[in-house]
Design a protein around this ligand. Sequence first.
Ligand code: GCB
Length: 614
Amino acid sequence: MIARGFLGPLVFLGLIFGGALSTLGAPALQNVYGRPGLDLNGPWHVIVDPYETGYYDYRRQAFDASAKPAGGYFLDRHAADKSELVEYNFDESPTLQVPGDWNSQAERLFYYEGTVWYRRRFDYRPAAPGRRLFLYFGAANYQADVYLNGEKLGRHIGGFTPFEFEVTGRVKETGNFLVVRVDNQRHLDAVPTVNTDWWNYGGLTRDVRLVETPGTFVRDYRVQLKQGSPDRIEASVQLDGAEPRQHVVVTIEGAGVAAEADTDDSGAAHFEIAAPHLERWSPETPRLYAVTLATSADRIRDRIGFRTIEVRGSDILLNGRPIFLRGISLHEENPLEGRRAHSLADARLLLGWARELHANFVRLAHYPHSEHMARVADELGLLLWEEVPVYWTIQWENPATLQNAQAQLTDLIVRDRNRASVIVWSVANETPVSEARTRFLKTLVATARSLDPARLVAAAMQVRGDPARPSLRIVDDPFGEACDLLSFNEYIGWYDGLPAKLPEITWSFGYGKPVVVSEFGADALQGFHADALTRFSEEFQVDVYRRTLAMLEKIPQWRGTTPWILCDFRSPRRVLPKVQDGWNRKGLISSDGRKKEAFFVLKEFYERRAAAEK
Ligand code: GCB
């Protein structure tokens, strides 16, 4: 693992990963959208390369007679004269939009899993000498090899987390070429592994930016209420650069807060600030403050909300008051366009639907979504559950797989730990119980808690039955002991019998913790009406929702749920013709944006719960 704790000695780390190989990624810069730079989104030329021809280094051709002079795509070559043999040409190749997955942009790439080379040219002049430059990628699924002006900057593994490379001194005022090889092949030892229930969208799926900073700058910061303390703010600042000892000023406009501290030799400062007049962030009043962090050379602004979250017995307390989580799960997919969601507009569409449902909580399944989601949730007052793709089975005994999962979790937490909306870090989904798995997951919990002691940690666990008592369902997973919430996916009425058995079900829980049911649901093809025993009818789905909600209401420690799922989503596992056609149909909203009847069942339930709690 590369950088942990509060990012420890990043001045030193800057030397290691700035410009060098970053195999599993070190946490990326905080708040890249708050920095000047150059947007590298837009059309990029691409070469689809299933046979990995592009790896061949053209420059070695003269020394290796057996090699075919075709590759070296990262050199972005053009024949120097009419006789030279160069068998590729980015300028004449098609383009794909960045950010965006390739599957939805070209029919021939719909099921493609392999390598695509992307190329983009740019010019850039930094604002002043001595400024530093970083190439930032919001995410690339799954592996990215990055080359600038023909030189390799490094590799990043993991499809949903940000990464960057320092390129200070490597960017010319004109004529730069940036080439990225993106490979979305699935691997047994990867996170996630080879089998999931979502589309393996490949490509440069999130924003790409050139980010400019001063020579020594605020790389990371955390400004949040101290755990269990409603009027004290904890601030941590980490500088990166040759002059680590500086004076830092943190101001919170409108809260009468201005605090100062000196950073130490490693560029770190950690301090507490009294903030007696702070208005707390909540779903009802999502108050965000303008926060500024300034040194003599750097100044970065953010919008941050302040709230506490804790568990007491079987209650979840938001700002000290019990809350019921009226949730919904969602994938980061725009169902109307059948593609990865990546923009602010996408985030507003998806989270806007969640608000229409009268939800106050959203589970961002099953991997880190883009930073836009958390920022829009901050604005809208939606609480979030964020998750890493430790899904179904993973190589629990493989140290590299653990390191990969830890790196993804770290990158997510470092990116989003200033977001008031985020209240839960989820480390896994439906992982079968074994000693090796529980050990693996407990390591992830330790990572989460060390990076962020002020949020809850959970996982979507599984339910077990008892052959001697068919109506009993048990949640006593040994991993439950390490979690703050007791969360599990239950599909009684869909994968587990028919809905008629739901009223008979009773529950046994191994822990006196808040129960937040992370999934239940049923497939329904929007517009298909039949009786409630007909699979895939809207009536069947409605029946599952009605009976499940009635069953859950009988659980004394029930504190919330995120049913599966807001929208129909693409999945290659879902092949039933005329019904699924490559879509998981458990959405409450169809792939053409129509609300199914179950949407209104859940909406009414949430309205009633919200009214009862007032
Ligand atoms: C689950 C998984 C989710 C699936 C869902 C289903 O338990 O967590 O990823 O999509 O069931 O529809 O089967």
